[in-house]
Design a protein around this ligand. Structure first.
Ligand code: AMP
Ligand code: MG
Length: 395
């Protein structure tokens, strides 16, 4: 059996970054930059006023000067300004050539067409061209995730089509004779394919585009057919069918489409039967069937892989120390991932494990914002002891 760390490293080693595509700026939120953005224009593009006031030559001050002209934001810079005058100016307006300083209007005393101005330091309230971003400067690095700030900067730089790494298209195949669609009337023995919906959400959260292939009956031939069909995606996820039961056909189906397992069984709970293979560049994740096992295995192995495919600089969840209220007891051998709610208490994070920790108990995932990791060799965790936790949301 592989340790979680070894399994994660083995998966990561086989993941390749996807290609770059141009994405309209409006649709680029949450995507990852595929090439560094080098500024082809300066920000600001011209020296401009940071305040409403008067543009002057600092060397002329203090003085009472004639107000020669007015420039507002959007005006083209005024040409040829004579010696010893002030220009009425507004925020964002270009500084007239030859002038070097803005006196804010609160410090000015205007009378008729003249204004009396105190001495101020040269360059006061001037925003020089390029002080934010200079031409040729690397404004955003490859691998950056595009959020509000990055999108604003890209727009200011005139990048209308953004070079983004392709968002991985991820095929979901559920396996099991018992599974039916959420809208179906359940016949005896049937349950809803709930994991398909859970995975569609986790895939989107990781920047991927889910594509639901469907439910494979528990026979290796149909399953192999669905897997073969899904191989034109960037990644494939199957759920269930990876244990050792007579009805567990994922491994046989993979063999039938010519795919060799790279990894099987990880010393973790839930999620032990996690399986992994690749076909060319396409990773195939055989997630265990119990929904909480599916969730935890996705978090540990699939999410980092989808982020790596997108060239993300950070692929891991933040791992933070938490105080585990109530403590914990287990056998040595497997790392346990407790579904927990973490709350801030001053400087500390307190994690409360959900009372329902069964791997089939979906209710234990409700409100869960942390997976508390109890290492494989640990047997006893004292109440309030500090353990690492994967934070699924910022707290
Ligand atoms: P398996 O590994 O196929 O034996 O599945 C383990 C458990 O998970 C069984 O109780 C299955 O009914 C359940 N299960 C498997 N796949 C899904 C799914 N897509 N949605 C909900 N439950 C599932
Ligand atoms: Mg099954």
């Amino acid at each position: 059996m592989h340790s979680v760390a070894d399994a994660a490293a083995a998966v990561a080693a086989r993941i390749e970054r996807l290609g770059v595509e141009r994405v309209p700026l409006r649709e680029a939120r949450g995507r990852f930059l595929g090439e560094p953005i080098v500024a082809t224009r300066a920000l600001p593009g011209f020296d401009n006023s940071a305040m409403d006031g008067y543009a002057v030559r600092a060397a002329d001050l203090p003085a009472t000067l004639p107000v020669y002209a007015t420039v507002a934001a959007g005006d083209a810079p005024a040409a040829a300004i004579p010696e010893r005058v002030a220009v009425r100016i507004f925020t964002g307006a270009p500084i007239p050539a030859g002038l070097d300083t803005i006196v804010i209007q609160e410090d000015a005393t205007a009378a008729g067409d003249r204004v009396t101005l105190p001495a101020v330091p040269r360059g006061d309230n001037v925003r020089p061209a390029g002080e934010d971003v200079a031409i040729g400067e690397r404004a955003i690095d490859r691998g950056a995730k595009l959020g509000a700030g990055e999108l604003g900067l890209l727009a200011a730089l005139g990048v209308a089509d953004v070079p983004c790494i392709r968002a991985p298209r991820v095929a979901i195949i559920a396996t099991g004779d018992e599974l039916v669609d959420v809208a179906a009337q359940l016949r005896p023995g049937q349950i809803v394919d709930s994991s398909a919906h859970m995975l569609a959400a986790t895939i989107r959260d990781a920047g991927g585009v889910p594509s639901y292939i469907g439910i494979a009956k528990d026979d290796p031939a149909t399953l192999a057919e669905l897997i073969a069909r899904a191989l034109d995606h960037d990644a494939v996820i199957t759920t269930g069918g990876v244990s050792v039961g007579d009805r567990d056909h994922v491994h046989a189906a993979l063999a039938a489409v010519g795919v060799q397992l790279a990894l099987y069984k990880v010393a973790m709970r839930p999620g032990k039967p996690f399986s992994f293979a690749t076909r060319g560049r396409v990773p195939i994740f055989g997630l265990p069937g119990n929904p909480v096992s599916t969730f935890v295995a996705f978090e540990l192995f699939v999410r980092p892989a989808l982020l790596a495919m997108q060239g993300a600089t950070i692929t891991a969840r933040p791992r933070v120390p938490v105080h585990l209220a109530g403590g914990y007891r287990k056998q040595a051998g497997r790392a346990h991932y407790l579904r927990a709610t973490a709350l801030r208490d001053g400087e500390r994070l307190i994690a409360r494990a959900h009372p329902k920790q069964g791997s089939a108990m979906l209710s234990g995932l409700v409100g869960c914002n942390a997976l508390v990791e109890v290492a494989a060799d640990v047997e006893l965790v004292a109440p309030d002891a500090v353990l690492p936790a994967l934070l699924l949301e910022a707290v």
